[in-house]
Design a protein around this ligand. Structure first.
Ligand code: ZN
Length: 140
């Protein structure tokens, strides 16, 4: 399949024990308190810090001990949890990955933060890095 290059860097997700603790460094750098939202599908609360070039930093706090972020913190402590690439057509991206036999966590998009549809590529298929694909609801 011949996929056009339609991936853009969107954000890096950082797992923190609490948003209040985690955001201190960004507030000290002059960031404004970011948009905060609960994402039930991932059992997390996220706070976004806009970088002004269409890229963001996302802090993630677990809302339940069963949250993937809670398990991540338990295993590795706070740190970079995932990177996120913005795509124009997430279904097409997932089809391309499937065709290439790449292991994904979500074969169908799920509801992410900010009304986006998201899907995750398994870290074992991406150099140990969890990769989130995200499509804005408005983009075609
Ligand atoms: Zn994210």
């Amino acid at each position: 399949m011949n996929l056009p290059i339609d991936y853009e860097f969107d954000h890096v997700g950082i797992a923190v024990k609490s948003l209040g603790e985690g955001e201190k460094v960004y507030l000290a750098m002059g960031f404004k308190a970011g948009h905060t939202e609960e994402v039930p599908s991932e059992k997390v609360r996220v706070r976004m810090f806009e970088l002004g070039n269409n890229a963001r930093i996302e802090l993630l706090e677990a809302t339940s001990p069963e949250s993937p972020v809670a398990r991540f913190l338990e295993k590795r402590g706070p740190g970079i949890h995932h990177i996120c690439l913005r795509v124009k057509d997430i279904r097409k991206s997932l089809l391309g990955l499937k065709a290439a036999n790449i292991r994904v966590i979500n074969e169908e998009p799920i509801q992410g933060a900010g009304g986006c549809e998201v899907a995750f590529i398994h870290p074992s298929a991406a150099g140990g890095v969890l990769v989130e694909l995200s499509q804005k609801r408005s983009s075609k």
